[in-house]
Write a protein that binds this ligand. Structure first.
Ligand code: MEV
Length: 326
């Protein structure tokens, strides 16, 4: 066993995600496709000289010291991860955990899951627990339940394993070949706050009220997702774009779009995007547009006139990883 000095930081990072198809429908057992992106969350951990556990998030500007009874609400899911892992290791040393993330919170890009996965992986390394990826993913899922109440598990899964996955709740995931060439994904912020837990529960209530109609929309999403798998494997960007547009229509049908999200989607399409849709829970957050390399700057510039934050991203093969220890 390698002994770790009090001042050595261990760093783990995990990617954010874009859901290409099937968000919300996945909560009721339908398949969905998620893609890891280049924006990452990082967890820095090290032992302390004293016995305290100190958790700090740079982005949320909060600090909790659970060993002194100071627990800020935003950090409750992370405190639960720390408690669980410390309990598993029987460690009685003080620990410092710092979180930094490039993934905008409440954006639909899976920031809470990426933070949870990175924290679990960093603590696993610090405490020499040798947990496998499945266990890290499961610990992160438990934290996601605290944040989002009824998550499908897709966010922590893509953040753990990276790449592109076909996910089914309770049935695990399959890695999907991604052969789309010469295209990028543009993400544009609606600037509207939203809460995944609330959006998921609104959609479930709508389903219960109008099941006779909505069960067909869920079935349509299932077919659509399987066609997206084909489009990705074949590298057919036209088909992927069309399917993203249809998927956006299905998301509007279950009530998660609004005027601002429609504006962003239509501006992207009118300026040459092959497809554009809400990504994640909707009600706010970001849209994602598929653009070929030649129309990329036109779409970016057009979206910048109506959105505060516009990013470009590509698929990231890397899931969670230990970055360095120094
Ligand atoms: C959130 O990224 C995706 C949703 O489908 C919720 C979930 O799957 O847990 C809206």
């Amino acid at each position: 066993m390698v002994s770790i000095m009090a001042n050595e930081w261990i760093v783990a990072s995990a990617p954010g995600k874009v859901i290409l198809a099937g968000e919300h429908f996945v909560v009721k057992g339908e398949p969905a496709i998620a893609m890891a992106i280049s924006l990452r969350a990082r967890a820095y951990v090290r032992f302390r000289e004293d016995k305290d556990i100190v958790i700090e998030s740079e982005n949320l500007k909060v600090r909790s010291v659970p060993t002194r009874g100071i627990v800020k609400e935003e950090l409750i899911p992370i405190v639960s991860i720390v408690n669980k892992i410390v309990e598993m290791s029987n460690c009685n040393r003080g620990i410092e955990l710092r979180i930094k993330s490039e993934i905008p919170p409440a954006s639909g890009m899976g920031s809470s899951a990426a933070v949870a996965v990175a924290c679990a992986a960093a603590l696993n390394e610090l405490l020499n627990l040798n947990l496998g990826l499945d266990e890290i993913c499961k610990i992160a899922y438990e934290a996601e339940v605290i944040v989002h109440k009824k998550p499908s598990g897709i966010d922590n899964t893509i953040s753990t394993y990276g790449g592109v996955i076909l996910y089914r709740k309770g049935k695990g995931f399959e890695s999907i070949q991604y052969n789309i060439k010469n295209h990028k994904f543009i993400l544009a912020d609606s600037g509207l706050p939203r809460n995944t837990g609330v959006m998921v529960s609104n959609v479930l209530s709508l389903y219960n009220k109008y099941e006779r109609i909505l069960k067909h929309v869920y079935k349509a999403s299932r077919e659509l997702v399987m066609m997206v798998v084909d489009a990705l494997r074949k590298g057919d960007a036209e088909m992927l774009g069309d399917l993203m547009n249809i998927n956006h229509g299905l998301l509007s049908a279950i009530g998660v779009s609004n005027a601002k999200l429609e504006e962003l989607v239509y501006i992207a399409r009118m300026n040459g995007a092959k497809g554009a849709k809400i990504t994640g829970a909707g009600g706010g957050g970001f849209i994602v547009a598929l653009v070929d390399n030649s129309s990329y700057s036109k779409v970016m510039n057009a979206l910048r006139t109506v959105s505060r934050r516009v990013f470009v991203t590509e698929v990231s093969k890397d899931g969670v990883k230990i970055e360095k220890d120094n």
